[in-house]
Every structure is written in C-alpha cells, then in structure tokens.
Design a binder for this molecule. Structure first.
Ligand code: FNR
Length: 381
C-alpha cells in the first residue's frame, strides 16, 4: 500500500500485518455485532449545513478536556492487549499521543505496565481502572497510577461481566499466542510483527502479572474476569475510589440518562457515553444516538465525552455538535499501530485532525470550541 489517506487504509494495512487473533480482537464486536455496526453507521445519517463566504483564516482545533489543554478534543481510548497489535504498543501509542498533544489512556488490561509508560513519556497520561473484588489490588493500582503522575482516572463501569466475542473464542485468543499449528502458519505471514515481539520482553498483561499469573488465554481471562471482577459493584464503590484517587475522575460506559445523573451525584468530573465500542451489550443503542439525551440530563454540571464508531474527523465534529466536550478513538489508533507502529498512530491522529479542520471550515467556523448544533441540518439528528 503506497498512500494512506484515511482510517480505512490503516485498517486494511493492519489486517495484513497483525496476526489474525489480535486483529480480530481489535476489530470485532460482541454477538451479532449490531451495536458495533450502528456505532459507526448512525453517524452517516447526521448531515451538515454547508456555509460559504465566511472568513476561514487562522482556524484552531485546540480545546480542553477536563480542564487540560488538548491539541484537538480527541483522546486515545483505553484498549486491552494493545501491546499485541505491535510490540511495545502502549509505549508507542503513548509517545505518539504525547507528541501530538492529546491524552493517552492506559488500560488496566494492557501489556506494557503503568511504570513502562511513565518511564517512556514525559507528560502525564490517563489510567483506566476496572473494579475488582480484591480491594488491596485496586488500591495498589490506584497508588501506582498516582506515583506515575497520571492526570486522570478513567473508571470503567460497563464490564463487570464480559460480552462474548465469538471470534476471540474461535481464535483461541491468548497473550502471548499459543504456538499451535494454525497460529504458526498465520504468524509465518507476519514477519514484522514476529521480529518486533522477539525484540521485547513485554508479552503478557503488565499491570496484573503477579496478581493473576494464571491469565494466559481468553477462556481463562473470561473465567478470571468472573472470579476477579466485582459483581457487587455499586455507586458507593465509586465514592471510595474517588476518595482514594483524589484527582480528576472520568466515568466510562454510561448509556442511560439516570446513570448519567448518578455520575453527577458521585462527584465525577466527566462521564463517557460509551457502549465499549459495541463489545459488551449487543443490542444497545449507538453512542452517538445516546449522546443528546445524556447531554440534556446532565446539562453543564460535568463534562460529557463520548466514544464508539468514530472513524473520521467528520464523526468527531458531529459528536462535538451534539454536546460532547471531547471524544475517544479506540480501533482507529489500533489500526494505525498495527499498520505502522508509532508512525501509524501519528498518521491516524493527523488524518482525524485534518478532516476535523476542513469540515469545520466547510461549516463556516474557525474555532472548534464554537461548534454546536447550528452546524447540523435540522431533522437529521
Ligand atoms: C476496548 N475498550 C476498552 N475499554 C476499557 O475501558 N478498558 C479496556 O481495557 C478496553 N479494551 C478494549 C480493547 C479493544 C481491542 C477495543 C477495540 C476496545 C473500549 C474502548 O475504550 C472504547 O470504548 C471503544 O474502543 C470505542 O469504540 P471505537 O472507537 O473502537 O469504535
């Protein structure tokens, strides 16, 4: 592939370069994948108002998320096993985000650890937390994130049980991959990936080794999830986590107006309208459709962010127009990473920024902070 012009180009290249089980892990949704498809498809129905002959000089896409300056209001979403898309993937993605000036969010289920990211970056990153029964372990994770100077905790509430992803089960997903004949045949077609993995020691879950040494494949991961994740999780737990953390708190996985109001009561600084990229409750509404109701429910009390299905800067600006202060991208940066490592993540961010900037200009605006519903065609959202 010679020229990369959009996120789809990165996806195609990643599919060629990343072993099938990890490409499928990133790309797939749960069960019938209807929510996964709707997340992206529902953006297409929202139309812009094209404006002409307005001053388009000195345009600016910089903004803030939870009071922090961002080069554009697009953060990298927390994604598990990112270090399996490319060797040292979380480090490379964090470096690309830092250079670009957008937040990087490290998943609890990452390959590179909190300390690995801290040692390889100079600006604060964000840490995503899953709530497990073992409170000592949660406390230790929170303390490690504090020691690493993370500037926000992203608390994910929509994965106390794991949505079944058929492809992961069929592929026998594990990290590192088991050396079965089928895997060896597939790995033989991915020499770059294999060389990268031979050159790193980071091949399993960096934040939880030592705590859960038995995590070796997806079937044990799902049983590990049901053993470890706290099914009794309640809003009281959000309170103690907030207290222990003491910094900016973002609650992720909100799809309901009532839950959004509870986020406000919990004292969170922001919430993320998210259905986990269509990987959890298949049949849930798309995030972009859920967004306006949640914005109405919380007003200006806390920031509303969103993710799910964003594949271009045009999707970003639609989400901003419907009231999001910022958005997150998951798969788009994973495709970039799998395709071309750090350079691919940078490319993904450049593509999105360029599309965002040009679309803003076509809509007759010069500053992304002025984007609101007025740029959308009534009756299409
Ligand atoms: C995720 N997501 C996720 N979320 C989270 O809070 N913790 C995690 O560990 C993960 N892991 C994860 C792995 C992979 C491969 C994907 C694709 C997603 C969900 C993620 O943060 C985000 O909500 C979605 O990715 C957003 O949808 P798009 O941008 O991928 O369409």
């Amino acid at each position: 592939m010679s020229i990369i012009t959009n996120i789809e180009d990165l996806r195609r290249l990643a599919k060629k370069r990343v072993p099938r089980m990890f490409y499928d892990y990133a790309d797939a949704g749960s069960w019938t994948e209807s929510t996964y498809r709707a997340n992206h498809a529902d953006f297409a129905g929202i139309k812009f108002r094209q404006r002409v002959a307005v001053n388009l000089e000195n345009r600016c896409v910089a903004s803030t998320m939870i009071g922090q300056d961002v080069a554009m209001p697009v953060a990298l979403a927390p994604t598990g096993l990112t270090g399996m898309q490319h060797a040292d993937g979380e480090i490379l993605a964090a470096k690309a985000a830092e250079k670009f000036g957008v937040p990087f969010t490290l998943s609890t289920m990452s390959i590179c650890s909190i300390e690995d990211i801290a040692a390889n970056t100079s600006k604060p990153f964000w840490f995503q937390l899953y709530v497990m029964k073992d409170r000592d372990f949660i406390n230790r994770l929170i303390d490690r994130a504090k020691a690493a100077r993370c500037s926000a905790l992203v608390l994910t509430l929509d994965l106390q049980v794991l949505g079944q992803r058929h492809k992961d089960l069929r592929n026998g997903l594990s990290a590192p991959p088991k050396l079965t004949i089928a895997n060896l045949i597939n790995l033989a077609t991915k020499p770059r990936w294999c060389l990268g993995m031979l050159g790193t020691k980071r091949r399993t879950f960096g934040n939880i080794v030592g705590h859960a040494t038995s995590v070796s494949d997806m079937s044990s991961l799902s049983s590990w999830t049901s053993q470890q994740f706290d099914l009794g999780l309640s809003w009281k737990d959000v309170e103690w986590i907030k207290q222990r953390w003491g910094g900016k708190l973002i609650i992720k996985g909100i799809m309901d107006a009532e839950d959004a109001r509870l986020c406000v009561e919990s004292g969170a600084d922001a919430l993320i309208v998210s259905n986990h990229g269509g990987r959890q409750l298949d049949g849930a509404e798309s995030s972009i459709r859920a967004l306006p109701g949640i914005v109405d429910a919380v007003g200006k009390q806390i920031e509303v962010h969103m993710d799910g299905g964003i594949r271009s800067g045009q999707d970003v600006i639609k989400a901003l127009a419907l009231g999001a202060q910022g958005v997150y991208i998951g798969r788009p940066f994973l495709y970039g990473l799998g395709a071309m490592g750090e350079e691919g993540v940078s490319k993904c961010l450049q593509i999105i920024r360029n599309e965002l900037d040009l679309t803003m200009a076509f809509c007759g605006l010069r500053d992304v902070r002025q984007v609101d519903k007025n740029i959308l065609l009534p009756g299409t959202f």
